[in-house]
Design a protein around this ligand. Structure first.
Ligand code: B4P
Length: 191
């Protein structure tokens, strides 16, 4: 079993690379951003609360997202090749909760892939996506806020996995295929 976290600043290519990882390694994909956007589209109670945070570029509260993640991991069952967590954990509290959750399930995280991309490129990618995405958070004001939130709240997650010796830095500039090649090198060494 291969359990992987993919993280990095907004626009780093998490969703893009997750799709390629799922295709090659047969992992189950869990994107907390996708789960929240589905709830928003369905106008559920949870979706309405999530939207009030996402449209301001803020993270949704930890308790809410930890609970959703736990239920979704449970629903995969045990007969799987592994899981790729895309966009989770985003805070130190989420990382600590994940470690407890995984150990209760008799599972472990193998590595965190941290996609590193220059700030100007991140902004450029997200503004381009904003032209067609219809996402309430793909505009310059919200992108700036999301980048600041990433610096303060999500950077400690990398330090947490560095201490556990489960941290893999990935150079996230270049073509999608070039970046995937770097990820393959890391994941093939974990199999
Ligand atoms: P996410 O859905 O995780 O949004 P994201 O950071 O924008 O990443 P995404 O995966 O969509 O985009 P990608 O970098 O692949 O989260 C959205 C919001 O939900 C958060 O701000 C937060 O409010 C909330 N949320 C989610 N998880 C949470 C959690 N755990 N706790 C609390 N709140 C949470 O791609 C970006 C663009 O770049 C795409 O258009 C893509 O085509 C392009 N791109 C990718 N690779 C490229 C490359 N190599 N070259 C050029 N373009 C590239």
């Amino acid at each position: 079993m291969l359990n992987v976290i993919i993280c990095g600043a907004p626009g780093c290519g998490k969703g893009t690379q997750s799709a390629l990882i799922v295709e090659k390694y047969g992992l189950k994909h869990l994107s907390t951003g996708d789960l929240l956007r589905k709830e928003i589209a369905e106008k559920s109670e949870l979706g309405q609360v999530a939207d009030s945070y996402i449209s301001k570029g803020q993270l949704v509260p930890d308790e809410m997202i930890i609970d959703i993640l736990d239920k979704n991991i449970e629903a995969f069952g045990s007969d799987i090749n592994g899981i790729i967590l895309d966009g989770f954990p985003r805070t130190l509290a989420q990382a600590e909760a994940l470690e407890v959750m995984m150990s209760k399930k008799g599972k472990k995280i193998d590595t965190l892939l941290d996609l590193n991309v220059e700030k100007a490129e991140l902004i450029d990618r997200l503004l381009k996506r904003g032209i067609t995405s219809g996402r309430s958070d793909d505009n310059l004001e919200t992108i700036t806020k999301r980048l600041a939130v990433y610096e303060t709240q999500t950077t400690p997650v990398s330090d947490f996995y560095k201490k556990l010796e489960k941290y893999s830095s990935i150079h996230g500039m270049g073509t999608v295929d070039e970046i995937f090649g770097r990820i393959e090198t890391v994941l093939d060494s974990k199999k």
